[in-house]
Design a protein around this ligand. Structure first.
Ligand code: NDP
Length: 329
């Protein structure tokens, strides 16, 4: 038997979430690697799944948890053997395949990434999908030619998981980072991660003009909606926005003016189905470039029993940084 968070659908369509014990016989048959999860995490998407606020879960019952890190227990996949350390992000895990907010999981070997040498399961989950997505955003901006000498970078949703890791990564790489946040009382936290300036997110969150004063060489946006549209309207000629999130909204209520008059690029970032080579590159770089002291500052640890209340908090933007889950308690 092992401990797990389990989601069921109530008759009225709402989601019932509980901490329970499952039998190993209940592990999904469509997997070729059985793993012990040591740490998992709560991402924004896990918050949506656990509260049922959005139709993230498409198969019931479901163990949520889109991220996991631990050790392989047994495997029929040629690349994995007992004792191997892995990290798992996405691929529909916690959505259509039993997830990692549990002490055991059965996954597909093709989905697993070898944990970079020296990176603990706890650190890997402190990074999690949010941190790995922040790195995908940084990589996309750099592929576009946005370097540390190109100008200022705006990070929106800065005190959240994606935002905090993006601020830390960009600052460590020598960029001048401006953090947009609704938590101005967390300005010290953001400057301790390397932000040169913290601005109030209300400057970006309401409808604005299609073209505004040019300021940013690049933007990492985890917020969407008016914030993304205003960020686009403030990007300098030829710059780019890496867009990965929807914390404010799924809508994009803007104009094409920044694209056709300033050559601005909107770079879409998806972590769930990102190709393996891109994931491996992101994790290799995270191991090298994310300073351990910054990661520790970003991280709050909780046990499996504390997951349910925190799932609601993350949707309300109350969580600072990243929540890492020790599934053994
Ligand atoms: P968090 O909840 O940790 O962070 C989101 C942050 O956005 C909050 O902390 C808050 O920061 C800000 N925010 C929240 N609500 C609003 C609002 N109404 N208006 C403006 N800003 C708001 O979530 P994550 O960092 O884990 O994820 C961020 C987004 O990225 C989510 O939408 C998530 O679904 C998406 N995502 C997408 C991925 C992909 O593959 N494309 C992968 C990972 C995440 P502050 O208080 O500092 O303003």
């Amino acid at each position: 038997m092992y401990n797990a968070i389990l989601l069921d659908k109530n008759e009225d369509g709402s989601t019932n979430a509980r901490l329970t014990q499952l039998d190993e016989a209940q592990l999904p048959a469509d997997g070729d690697v059985t793993v012990r999860i040591d740490y998992s995490t709560i991402n924004f998407k896990d918050g949506l799944a656990i509260t049922g606020k959005s139709p993230v879960v498409r198969k019931w019952p479901m163990v949520p948890g889109i991220d996991g890190a631990g050790e392989v227990l047994s495997s029929s996949h040629p690349d994995w053997k007992a004792g191997d350390a892995f990290v798992l992000n996405g691929w529909g895990v916690g959505e259509v395949h039993m997830g990692c907010l549990a002490q055991r999981a059965r996954l597909k070997g093709d989905w697993l990434i070898r944990r970079p040498p020296g990176m603990s399961a706890r650190s890997a989950m402190a990074i999690g999908t949010a941190g790995y997505t922040a790195m995908l955003c940084v990589m996309a901006l750099q592929d576009h030619g946005v370097g540390s000498d190109s100008g200022e970078i705006l990070v929106t949703g800065a005190s959240g998981g994606v935002g905090s890791v993006a601020v830390a990564l960009l600052a460590a790489a020598g960029y001048r980072v401006v953090a947009s946040s609704g938590k101005l009382d967390e300005a010290d936290y953001l400057t301790s991660l390397g932000a040169a300036e913290v601005i109030d997110r209300s400057q970006l969150s309401a409808a604005g003009k299609p073209l505004q004063k040019e300021r940013w060489a690049g933007v990492v946006d985890s917020v969407g909606s008016h914030t993304l549209v205003n960020a686009l309207a403030q990007v300098r000629y030829g710059g780019a926005v890496a867009a990965c999130g929807l914390a404010q909204g799924l809508d994009l209520p803007g104009s094409v003016a920044p694209f056709i008059l300033r050559g601005v690029s909107l770079l879409g970032i998806d972590s769930v189905m990102a190709p393996r080579a891109r994931r491996e590159e992101a994790w290799r770089r995270l191991a090298q470039e994310l300073r351990p002291e910054a990661l520790e500052r970003i991280t709050t640890e909780i046990g499996l029993a504390e997951v349910l209340p925190h799932a609601a908090d993350i949707l309300q933007g109350k969580v600072r940084g990243r929540l890492v889950v020790d599934v053994s308690r």
